[in-house]
Design a protein around this ligand. Structure first.
Ligand code: TXA
Ligand code: MG
Length: 365
């Protein structure tokens, strides 16, 4: 299939491009578009045949439901049988923005979107380019992140093309996404609202708005819990090479562990903040990705940096964990998944790998 590439202008309403894109959507085709979180792979959310094409393009398992994107608050009303007080509060406070609400589903929402669940996920993005595109389409836009299933989500149009060229009808290029991590997903139908996926709207912001908020216990990687968001059970964001995530006191050992891996002859990818990066001397087999000093910068760059490792192909990747406050919770969730829960900690002076796996050779003294 030929994939059209259309560049959007931030300063205009892009009417001509949006008319063409909307025509494709009405014909049941798939169009990738920018949002403030990551790029989405959009199709007419009320057309099961169009929705099926999203699953095919991504290679996405059918049991993983999609988010319906809208461009006006009131457009959620036909999609749900009712909104409770918590849902209304969250809409008022955080929409438009990087927050997805799980609500009871109305009959008009195809099972292909909700993967057979009685609920549906709805989001009103704040990105003006996304809003104009959705408005032009005149229907809710079902959209997952625009990556091949399992890869890091794309945060620029080139990364979308890398995964989707030839598989979708068009890609709308709106430049880089600001936040860089997918939206926070909150189930508003449970007695206590529950974070199914952490994101740009943080736990702290949600508790301030609602009082009690739970975090899905499955997010800690404990195999005894089944995640509330089906998508959270899949291996995700993982570069092709093994990733080890250092947490707690082990983070300070990053320069040493990097040196040992290099001494063992490995090509080493390192992902850490500026302060640690300064302690790691240059080496021709070292690929150092430093994310500066703010969590916002790390969130914004994380998926790009993980994708970059798929291009530079180190033998092993060492990543430094961050504190789980604020945006840190979402970042650590993505890093843990990228690492396949290969988490390295320091206990009583000795390195440990979580989940009872064996430490790699170079970490054993
Ligand atoms: O920021 C975002 O949310 C991006 C942009 C494009 O809007 N979209 C996105 O979609 O990340 P996706 O499909 O990659 O992730 C949607 C997540 C999945 O983990 C899915 O399982 C969960 O939301 N989800 C969708 N509907 C659900 C439902 N009814 N109940 C529980 N989880 C649901
Ligand atoms: Mg995704």
């Amino acid at each position: 299939m030929q994939t059209f590439y259309w560049k959007l202008q931030k300063s205009s309403d892009n009417q001509e491009i949006n008319t063409r894109a909307a025509r494709l959507i009405k014909q049941g085709e798939v169009v990738a578009f920018p949002t403030e979180t990551v790029y989405g792979l959009g199709a007419d959310g009320l057309n099961p045949t169009a929705v099926a094409k999203i699953f095919a393009a991504k290679g996405r398992p059918n049991d993983n439901p999609l988010i319906l994107h809208i461009a006006r608050q009131e457009d959620i009303l036909p999609l749900t049988t009712g909104l409770n007080a918590n849902a209304r509060k969250l809409m008022e406070k955080f929409w438009p923005g990087p927050l997805t609400l799980i609500v009871e589903k109305a009959a008009v929402v195809p099972d292909a979107v909700s993967a057979g669940l009685p609920t549906v996920a709805v989001r009103f993005p704040s990105n003006k380019l996304a809003q104009d595109f959705i408005k032009a389409c005149g229907c809710p836009i079902a959209a997952p992140s625009a990556n091949i299933s399992g890869r890091p989500s794309p945060t620029n149009a080139q990364d979308v093309l890398e995964d989707m060229q030839g598989k979708v009808a068009a890609v709308l290029d709106g430049g880089s996404c600001g936040i860089g991590l997918e939206s926070t997903v909150v189930d508003t139908t449970s007695p206590v609202p529950t974070i199914c996926r952490p994101g740009g709207v943080t736990y702290e912001m949600l508790t301030e708005a609602l009082g009690a908020v739970e975090i899905d216990p499955a997010l800690q990687g404990d195999k005894n819990f089944k995640p509330k968001a089906p998508g959270m059970k899949y291996r995700h964001y993982a570069p092709k090479e093994p990733v080890y995530l250092l947490e707690g006191e082990a983070v300070g050992l990053l320069p040493q562990l990097t040196a040992r891996a290099l001494a063992a002859g490995l090509k080493v990818g390192v992902l850490c903040g500026a302060e640690l990066a300064q302690k790691i001397p240059a080496h021709d087999k070292l690929l150092l990705s430093s994310w500066g000093d703010s969590l916002e910068r790390l969130a914004g760059d994380l998926f790009y940096l993980l994708r970059d490792f798929d291009r530079t192909r180190p033998d092993v990747i060492l990543a430094a964990g961050v504190s789980e406050e604020g945006l840190g919770l979402a970042i650590m969730n993505r890093l843990r998944k990228a690492a396949g829960y290969q988490i390295v900690t320091l206990e009583n002076g000795a390195l440990h790998l979580k989940n009872d796996k064996h430490l790699p050779e170079f970490m054993i003294q």
